[in-house]
Design a protein. Structure first.
Ligand SMILES: Cc1cc2nc3c(=O)[nH]c(=O)nc-3n(C[C@H](O)[C@H](O)[C@H](O)COP(=O)(O)OP(=O)(O)OC[C@H]3O[C@@H](n4cnc5c(N)ncnc54)[C@H](O)[C@@H]3O)c2cc1C
Length: 423
C-alpha cells in the first residue's frame, strides 16, 4: 500500500458512522524542531507543493513548512480557482501545460478530491484584430500539442448557449479562444490535499510561526529566525507570494516585484447558468466569471492598480466587474453579492514568475506568481523541489530565474503580466 493510500479500511468507515470524532485533523500540528534539511517559508500552494515533492520525489526526511498564519490563509484560499495553459510564449505554455496535466491527476496523486472541473476557459474577443491575436496564440499552443479552438459567434453560441454574442454591447463580442481542458479546481482542497499528503510523508507543517530573519555564516544561510525561535536549515525556500518584496527587503536584495491587490466576489446562488469560465475585456476593465458548485457566480477583474498590502479593496473596481458581468449576461442584473474579498499578489515587471536562487547558494525563491499562480502550483512544486534537492533548475523553470532581469531576458507576456493588457 502506498504511503498516500486511503487510511481507512471498510470496517473503520462503518465504525465511523457512529463515531463523531472520525473526521480528525488532516495533518499533524507540528512544533518546530531544532534543525531541518529544508525549511520552506510560506504555507500556500507553492510552499506546500514544494515540500510535498521534496519528500516524495527526493526522499528528504527533514522538511518543514513554516506558515505565519494558518494553511489556506493566503492567496491559495482567495483565488478564483481557474486553471489553464493558454499562453503564447513557449516558456509559459510548456510550464502551464505541465501544471494542467498534473491538475488533471491531482486527486489521485494526493488521494484527496480537488474537484478538477474541465469546463473550458473562453477568452472573448471584441474585434477582428483581437481574433487575429487569439488565432496566433491558439496556433502556437496547437503546434505544441495543447488544445485550443478559435470560436466565431456561432461557435460561441454552440459552446455556451447562455451567452448571446449578438446582443448590442458597447464592446461587441465577435468570437473567442477556447481551451476545453481549462476549468476550475477547488482551491482550499488543493491546500488541504498538499498539506495532508506532505504531512503523511513526514513533513512538519508549522502554523502561526512567522519567519523574521535569515541566519547566515560564511556566506551561506544556516537557518531562519522565527516568532517561535531559531530553526537551523541546510536550505531555505521562500514561497511567500504577496510578501516576496518584504523578504527581499529583509535580505537586502531588491526584487523586481510589487505587491498589488486583486479582489473577487461571489453572488447568491442561482440555478446553473454559466457553463464555463469566461473572460471579457471591455475598455480598460475586465470581468471573468465561473459558477461555483453551490450556484454562486464567482467573478473578478483587474488589479486595483497601486502597490499595497491592504486587503481593503477599491469600490469602483467592484462596480466595474459587476458592470461587465451584466453586459455579458443581462439576466444576472439584480443578483445580490454574497461575499467579497481580496488578496495581495506578487506582481513581477514582466508578468512571469521568479524561481531560482536568492542571494545565497542554499536560499531559493519560489514567487512572482502574479494573479495567475494557482494554476501553476503542481508544476512549480515539482520543479522547485528538483532545483532545491539537486541544485539544478529543470528546463521547465530555467527561464523563470530572477537573474533574467539583470541579463535583459524578460519573459514578457502581456495578458499574463502585471496589468492585464491584451497581446
Ligand atoms: C482574488 C484573486 C483571484 C485569483 N484568481 C486566480 C485564478 O483564478 N487562477 C490562478 O491561477 N491564480 C489566481 N490568483 C493568484 C493565486 O492565488 C496566487 O498567485 C497563488 O495562490 C500564490 O501562491 P501561494 O498559493 O503559494 O500563495 P499564498 O497562499 O499567499 O501563500 C503564501 C504564504 O506565505 C505566508 N507568509 C508570508 N510571509 C511569511 C513569513 N514571513 N513567514 C511565514 N509565512 C509567511 C502567508 O501567510 C501565506 O500563507 C488569484 C489571486 C487573487 C488574490
Amino acid at each position: 500500500m502506498s504511503e498516500l493510500a486511503p487510511r481507512y479500511s471498510a470496517a473503520a468507515l462503518l465504525r465511523a458512522r457512529f463515531d463523531r470524532h472520525f473526521w480528525g485533523p488532516l495533518w499533524r500540528r507540528a512544533t518546530p524542531r531544532d534543525a531541518y534539511d529544508v525549511v520552506v517559508v510560506g504555507g500556500g500552494g507553492h510552499g506546500l507543493a514544494t515540500a510535498f515533492h521534496l519528500a516524495r520525489d527526493h526522499g528528504l526526511k527533514r522538511v518543514a513548512v513554516v506558515e505565519r498564519k494558518v494553511i489556506g490563509y493566503g492567496n491559495v484560499g482567495r483565488n478564483t480557482t481557474i486553471v489553464r495553459s493558454n499562453y503564447l510564449l513557449p516558456d509559459n505554455f510548456h510550464f502551464y501545460e505541465d501544471s494542467l496535466r498534473r491538475y488533471e491527476n491531482l486527486s489521485q496523486t494526493l488521494n484527496f478530491n480537488v474537484m478538477y472541473s474541465s469546463r473550458g476557459v473562453v477568452d472573448l474577443a471584441n474585434s477582428d484584430d483581437e481574433m487575429v491575436m487569439y488565432a496566433r496564440r491558439g496556433n502556437a499552443m496547437r503546434l505544441a500539442g495543447i488544445d485550443a479552438e478559435l470560436l466565431d459567434r456561432d461557435g460561441l453560441r454552440r459552446f455556451m448557449p447562455e451567452l448571446d454574442p449578438s446582443l448590442p454591447r458597447r464592446y461587441p463580442i465577435v468570437g473567442g479562444l477556447l481551451q476545453r481542458r481549462g476549468g476550475t479546481v477547488r482551491h482550499d482542497a488543493v491546500a488541504w490535499g498538499y498539506a495532508r499528503a506532505a504531512a503523511a510523508l513526514g513533513v512538519d507543517i508549522i502554523e502561526e510561526c512567522e519567519v523574521t530573519g535569515l541566519s547566515t555564516a560564511a556566506g551561506s544561510a544556516t537557518g531562519v529566525e522565527t516568532s517561535r525561535g531559531a530553526i537551523r536549515a541546510e536550505r531555505v525556500v521562500f514561497a511567500v507570494a504577496g510578501h516576496t518584496g518584504a523578504i527581499g527587503r529583509m535580505l537586502g536584495i531588491p526584487l523586481p516585484v510589487e505587491t498589488h491587490l486583486l479582489q473577487a466576489m461571489v453572488t447568491e446562488p442561482i440555478k446553473p447558468l454559466v457553463s464555463t469560465v469566461v473572460s471579457y475585456m471591455y475598455g480598460h476593465a475586465e470581468v471573468y466569471m465561473s459558477q461555483s458548485d453551490r450556484g454562486g457566480l464567482v467573478m473578478g477583474g483587474v488589479l486595483d492598480g497601486f502597490p499595497s498590502y491592504t486587503r481593503e479593496p477599491l469600490w469602483h473596481r467592484l462596480e466595474e466587474v459587476v458592470q461587465g458581468a451584466v453586459a455579458l449576461f443581462p439576466q444576472v442584473a439584480g443578483l445580490r453579492i454574497l461575499r467579497h474579498w481580496a488578496g495581495t499578489n506578487d506582481q513581477t515587471m514582466d508578468g512571469s514568475p521568479l524561481v531560482g536562487r536568492l542571494g545565497y547558494d542554499n536560499v531559493f525563491l519560489n514567487g512572482g506568481w502574479c494573479y495567475g499562480g494557482f494554476k501553476a502550483i503542481p508544476a512549480s512544486g515539482a520543479a522547485c523541489a528538483t532545483l532545491v534537492a539537486t541544485g539544478q533548475a529543470p528546463d521547465l523553470i530555467r527561464s523563470f530565474a530572477p537573474e533574467r532581469f539583470a541579463a535583459g531576458r524578460m519573459l514578457d507576456e502581456k495578458g499574463a503580466g502585471p496589468f492585464p493588457l491584451r497581446q
